[in-house]
Design a protein around this ligand. Structure first.
Ligand code: NAP
Length: 259
């Protein structure tokens, strides 16, 4: 299917690896030019070169911490007038609710709520002026089905979800759609950091911990960045213009709910 993205420009944040990379790859495969961000320059430049070579589109790497004002300023110097924004950043650490301090909550809210809101504030007005735009925020399945040990993530991402619910409907009339994509368990570095402690606690290998977790997912496996990226690219497509303010689970059926 032609997604109508040839010649569009996309900013993909936190995209040198994992789900962000999956989104960048699918957008590049659909013909979009990419501004690709992550902190570590080496992996970022390698990913940018691989995507450009594989898909024949310009991919411009910008190494910066997207959760800081300085980092966003650096990225926006290159990505001032993009058509597509994929918001993403690393997730907060797991822990115990009694042990999180004020500063822990502020850090999570800064990274996973205020940073994507700031980028939407910077880029969506231009999309509105041009009459077309797409925003996809990578959040988490935890927004719909909370994961207690990821309470910092539950908190910050639910705040972003509330913001998007109102704002998406304010901008939809100017051709801009804003939606959230909610990953369940996907095979990325992030999952290794979550499976590692389980393996240690249970005295089993990392592979055994992952297999045990995969067995709890109706699809019987972890998702891949490619699974996730394909849905991101569809949400950014010309065809998806009537999907507004939605929270779309990509979790292999893991959240046991009717709606
Ligand atoms: P990942 O494999 O660890 O990849 C994270 C990517 O983001 C890397 O490219 C990393 O590069 C970049 N990054 C991290 N912090 C950044 C920052 N402050 N500024 C710019 N780039 C940054 O993670 P993932 O699994 O793709 O997860 C992506 C998001 O989805 C996270 O918020 C995660 O919590 C959430 N999520 C993931 C899953 C899952 O199953 N994987 C499930 C639910 C939610 P650098 O380190 O070089 O910056």
């Amino acid at each position: 299917m032609d997604l109508g993205l040839s010649g569009k420009r996309a900013l993909v944040c936190a995209g040198s690896k994992g789900l962000g990379r999956g989104c960048a790859e699918a957008l590049a495969a659909a013909g979009a030019e990419i501004v690709l961000n992550a902190r570590g320059a080496e992996a970022l430049e390698q990913t940018a070169a691989e995507l450009a070579a594989a898909h024949g589109v310009p991919v411009t790497p910008v190494a910066a911490d997207i959760t800081t004002v300085e980092g966003r300023t650096k990225v926006l110097e290159v990505a001032a007038a993009v058509d597509i924004l994929v918001n993403n950043a690393g997730g907060p650490p797991a822990g115990v609710w009694t042990e999180w301090h004020h500063a822990d909550f502020l850090a999570a809210i800064e990274a996973n709520m205020l940073a994507p809101i700031a980028l939407m504030q910077a880029l969506v007005p231009g999309m509105q002026d041009r009459g077309w735009g797409r925003v996809v925020n990578i959040t988490s399945a935890a927004v719909k089905a909370p994961i207690a040990q990821l309470g910092l993530s539950n908190t910050a991402r639910t705040g972003l979800t509330g913001f998007v619910a109102g704002m998406a409907r304010q901008v939809a009339g100017s051709g801009v759609t804003v939606n959230n994509l909610l990953p369940g368990i996907h095979a990325t570095d992030r999952m290794v950091t979550l499976d590692g402690p389980v393996a240690k606690a249970e005295g089993i290998s990392l592979e055994a911990a992952a297999a045990k977790r995969a067995a709890t997912i109706p699809a019987g496996r972890y998702g891949s960045p490619a699974d996730f990226g394909a849905i991101c690219a569809f949400l950014c497509s010309a065809q998806a213009g009537y999907i507004v303010g939605q929270n779309i689970l990509v979790d292999g059926g893991a959240a046991n709910q009717t709606l």
